[in-house]
Ligand binder design. Structure first.
Ligand code: BG6
Length: 585
């Protein structure tokens, strides 16, 4: 996944700087390299400025101008080099292309173009597109040439094309997300709406198989299939620009962790028509099937325990492994698709498969205007606001809270006592000190093992993922019952072991597993409402009942991951090799 930003008719006449600022807001989508193409006034030339590495506080050396497009890359095809950074040009250096996605048939397209004497300067699939358009412009207008070229691409792709001669811009989307934003004078293009918020709140979320032609202030929307014009309707979004800023926090990750004092309660107390309708479907015997990737899939796994507590059997699948099971879907299947971005390719593919087989789709999403939202029969928005840090924190707990809200619609329960205790606990300065101290003790460890039982098994999986994502530590999570079936071999003197507990019917069992780890020399970090002499380090959490324990325990994991990441010199907002959501298979 990559970040795309563009501006046409920039009144500041500093289009390349405007694009650079936009890319800085999209850097969580990929930070291997970045680049900008500027259409210069009074000449057909396109000027390019591209670099490997993060943008950070970089400035662009490009001169003034009113049209520029830019890209921040998450490398999939071709190493992290200046040549592979976007934008890419055609042989005549007149056409510049930026791209998000994967051209699955790029090798055969490349060999055809090589036979037509096109010269390639990069190893990317994207450069193919520039030469394909160049080939088509021999007989077609830029707009038609771009459509013809785009239709030859296999895979989920989004492109923005700039013509250095005419200043025309053509945008095509099929799979990867793109949003347009407008002010009275200028038009902006971005991979997601958060990058537009300081410019405008009037946006259009492009749909699959759509193209847009832009020249100066003229904009026209087309269907890629019929090539006929379509009405473009810009809508107002209510996200504020500050929401996409750090707001005085050192990192987005810490800001978003602290925002959970608001994001979790607001979902828990929500009573919406959609929630009632979904609850009714479940009461009418619809079978819940949970689909997601990454953190969201651990939310799905936890939801399996929440449904079980209601006496309802639900099944959770990692969406990337769902295909062999899609045949089990029927018209009484209720798919819960969980996704912070609503753009994760594997989740979209799994949902499309289930939908084809007659399943109803409920989506639990944070981002606005996503592809998943458009595939859904019922939308349960978690409204946690923009989540910028690549590690999902408030996004995860707001998704989780959605299933607790559904729980309290099906079986009357009041979350107020938990809300009060949780908001007090998470704002307690002591908590940060205790966890920071724990992190200091683990800084040099390369391996840590984690155990939990019942709802704290998905909690321990999410906890371990936070440690991996933010501190690059090898963190492996197990159901505590697995210990004696192999895992125990991994434990040596001083091996750090994290034990997640709750005041529940299995506390004794989990503590005895902790004692087994200790008897092999493990250094035991206990997390939960009840301390125990088996714990070498204890992080206390309140007791709000077994199911709610997952919120406390996961937040401890978020904070421990954050402080460990800082301590080990990692960037908690932009961990190496990752991206905020993966829009390619
Ligand atoms: C990964 C993110 O790319 O995708 C994770 O780094 C996230 O944080 C996962 O959990 C799934 O993304 P989404 O948007 O579908 O919840």
């Amino acid at each position: 996944m990559c970040g795309i930003f563009g501006v046409i008719n920039d009144k500041s006449n500093q289009a390349s700087q405007t694009v650079l600022n936009g890319l800085k807001k999209l850097e969580y989508r990929g930070y291997d390299s970045w680049g900008i193409a500027l259409k210069t006034e009074g000449s057909d030339e396109i000027l390019i400025d591209k670099h490997i590495g993060k943008i950070g506080n970089a400035e662009t050396a490009l001169p003034s101008g009113v049209i520029a497009i830019g890209h921040t890359r998450w490398a999939t095809h071709g190493g992290v080099t200046d040549a592979n950074a976007h934008p890419h040009l055609d042989c005549s250096k007149r056409i510049a292309v930026i791209h998000n996605g994967i051209v699955e048939n790029y090798q055969e397209l490349e060999s055809e173009l090589r036979q037509k004497k096109h010269i390639f300067v990069s190893e990317t699939d994207t450069e193919i597109i520039a030469h394909l358009i160049e080939e088509e412009t021999k007989t077609q207008s830029l707009f038609q040439a771009t459509l013809n070229a785009f239709k030859k691409l296999v895979g989920s792709n989004a492109i923005v094309v700039l013509d250095g001669k005419t200043g025309e811009v053509v945008v095509c989307r099929n799979g990867s997300p793109l949003v347009l934003g407008v002010t009275n004078d200028s038009t902006y293009i971005a991979s997601d709406a958060t990058a537009l918020l300081d410019k405008t709140n009037r946006v259009y979320f492009m749909d699959d198989n759509e193209a847009v032609y832009i020249k100066k202030s003229y904009i026209e929307l087309f269907s890629l299939n019929t090539e006929m014009g379509k009405k473009i309707q810009f809508k107002k979004i209510d996200w504020k620009a500050e929401a996409a800023e750090k707001g005085g926090f050192a990192h987005f990750a810490l800001k978003e962790i602290s925002e959970q004092t608001r994001t979790i309660p607001q979902v828990l107390i929500k009573k919406t028509k959609e929630l009632e309708q979904v609850a009714q479907l479940i009461k009418n015997g619809y079978k819940p099937v949970l689909l997601a990737c990454g953190s969201a899939s651990y939310c799905g796994f936890a939801a399996q325990y929440i449904f079980a507590d209601l006496g309802i059997e639900a099944i959770n699948y990692g969406a990337y492994e769902y295909s062999p099971f899609a045949g089990l879907v029927n018209d009484k299947t209720l798919i819960f698709a969980i996704s912070q971005s609503g753009e994760t390719a594997d989740t979209l593919l799994a949902v499309k498969e289930a939908k084809k087989k007659g399943a109803k789709i409920v989506s639990v999403i944070n981002a606005l205007g996503s592809s998943l939202e458009r595939l859904s029969d019922y939308l349960l928005p978690v409204e946690a606001g923009p989540e910028i840090a690549v590690v999902s924190t408030k996004g995860f707990t707001a998704q989780l809270a959605t299933f607790f809200a559904l729980y309290s619609v099906i079986k009357k329960s009041d979350p107020q006592r938990f809300i009060h205790t949780f908001t007090e606990w998470i704002q307690n300065k002591n908590l940060h000190e205790i966890i920071l101290n724990c992190a200091k003790g683990l800084l040099k460890s390369e391996h840590v093992y984690l155990i939990g039982k019942h709802i704290n098994y998905p909690a321990v999986l999410e906890f371990a993922l936070k440690l991996k994502e933010t501190s690059y530590m090898h963190a492996e999570a197990f159901a505590s019952g697995e210990l004696k079936h192999g895992v125990l071999t991994l434990i040596q003197p001083e091996t750090p072991c994290i034990v997640l507990t709750a005041k529940d019917s299995v506390l004794k069992e989990v503590v005895s597993s902790a004692i087994e780890l200790k008897s092999r020399g493990g250094y035991i970090i206990g997390v939960g409402p009840t301390n125990n002499k088996a714990f070498d380090y204890f992080i206390e959490t309140p007791d709000s009942g077994p199911l709610y324990s997952i919120f406390y325990n996961v937040v401890v994991g978020q904070l421990l991951g954050y402080y460990l990441g800082i301590g080990r010199g990692a960037d908690p907002d932009k961990p190496r090799n990752l991206a905020k959501s993966v829009t390619v298979k």
